[in-house]
Design a protein around this ligand. Structure first.
Ligand SMILES: C[S@@+](CC[C@H](N)C(=O)[O-])C[C@H]1O[C@@H](n2cnc3c(N)ncnc32)[C@H](O)[C@@H]1O
Length: 395
């Protein structure tokens, strides 16, 4: 077993880097364990186990974002469980990022550290997994934050939320408003209202969590139950797994393209593994009635195709037009390794009028295998389209 998760403790040691406080009790490679300020030194391990992520490789190859990472127990754990990239974000926490820098160096793991309020930071990429532990109730703007997290996730991405819950019993979704003057489940801590992420705002009940998942198109599992010693020991705290609903709505394989309903212009006859363009202008026309909703801002069109390339014709250049308007240009080169999938991001406004994806491939220099001396095929080939996948994305 990976020594981080081994959990045999030689001795607890107080702040090994002389910082004032450690929020997380984190193992050290020599078997010692950093003492946290919590009474329960097993808190983070209980939380981690409640997530039911396999310690040996459960996050293999995943890009993980740990929001409110604090001392970084969960960032290190993610890396130890196989994550290919870990990004940790926090802002005003007193020992940030000193403790995380210390512990990641000790464990020799590479972590991207971002000091920011995650709500207005431009991450510029998407993640497979987001940890959002102990942050939800620190937000004035729960709804826009969840919307942001959704957009930060890959299509089949997972958001783990750990939160203080309201204990108000109701079947209706309720958020309890943290207060210093009413006996709410935890105080507001009004004096820190001007800081990011210190004061408390809203504690959801279970229905509010499910409603939040529903509003932003997630499937939601409560990670309660026998394996969850964390919530058993801390009944007012729960962990939920939000799974981003697949937005994939249209998938056209080479078999689908055989019907030719979608094709016009310069296409060859569809073959089992795909359809060649044959000439300079090949059109695709795909009805999108079922996918366009008010909420979509873009659609992503991923086209898997192979180009016809030869040493005597080492490049295929293709202009892509949407509804007759130039969108981008694709270049395939003989000398470079070919990525057979290319994705177009198309603003919904460009297709909303017709509710149809009207895509033109302008092949600048099609050529026949015969012309390059490859065989006696006289079709003027550009690319062979094999698969078209269309997804909608939200604001
Ligand atoms: C209660 S602590 C939880 C720490 C850790 N995630 C855990 O569960 O043990 C909340 C952390 O989230 C950070 N935080 C809260 N709101 C934030 C925001 N908007 N942007 C970045 N960090 C935030 C705080 O600074 C703090 O370190």
């Amino acid at each position: 077993m990976n020594s981080f998760f081994e959990n045999k403790i030689q001795q607890f040691i107080n702040s090994p880097n002389n910082s004032r406080i450690w929020w997380h009790s984190i193992p050290l490679p020599n078997g010692d364990r950093i003492r946290s300020c919590h009474e329960d030194q097993e808190l983070q391990f209980q939380m981690w186990n409640a997530l039911q992520i396999d310690n040996s490789g459960g996050l293999k190859g995943k890009k993980v974002l740990d929001i409110g990472a604090n001392d970084g127990f969960f960032s290190i754990a993610a890396s130890m469980a196989g994550a290919s990239e870990v990004t940790s974000v926090d802002k005003n926490w007193e020992t940030w990022p000193k403790n995380l820098k210390y512990i990641s160096k000790i464990w020799n793991v590479d972590i991207e550290i971002i000091t920011a309020d995650f709500r207005n930071y431009d991450f510029n990429k998407r993640y497979d997994v987001i940890f959002f532990f102990g942050v939800l109730y620190h937000l004035e703007d729960v709804f826009t934050s969840i919307k942001k997290l959704k957009n930060l996730l890959e299509d089949d991405g997972v958001l783990y939320i750990e939160t203080q819950m309201s204990q108000l019993q109701s079947n209706l979704p309720l958020f309890e408003y943290a207060s210093d003057i009413y006996p709410t489940i935890a105080i507001q801590d009004k004096k820190y209202l001007d800081n990011v992420g210190i004061s408390n705002y809203l504690f959801p009940n279970e229905s509010a969590i499910y409603n939040l998942a529903y509003s932003y198109d997630f499937d939601c599992d409560s990670l309660g139950g026998k394996k969850n010693r964390y919530s058993q020991n801390h009944p007012s705290r729960q962990i939920f797994k939000f799974i981003k609903k697949q937005d994939l709505k249209i998938r056209l394989t080479s078999d689908d393209l055989k019907s030719r309903d979608y094709l016009s212009g310069d296409w060859s006859l569809p073959e089992t593994i795909g359809t060649w363009t044959d000439g300079t202008e090949a059109n695709l026309s795909i009805p999108l009635d079922s996918i366009i909703s008010q909420k979509h801002s873009n659609i992503q069109v991923k086209i898997t195709a192979v180009p016809f390339l030869h040493e005597r014709h080492p490049q295929q250049i293709i202009d892509i037009l949407i509804a007759g308007k130039p969108l981008t240009q694709w270049t395939y080169s003989f000398s470079k390794s070919i990525n057979s999938s290319k994705t177009l991001t198309i603003p919904v406004a460009l297709i909303q009028q017709s509710n149809c994806l009207d895509l033109t491939l302008k092949i600048l220099t099609p050529i026949s295998p015969e012309a390059v001396g490859f065989n006696n095929d006289t079709r003027k080939l550009g690319i062979m389209v094999q698969l078209i996948e269309i997804t909608g994305s939200y604001n």
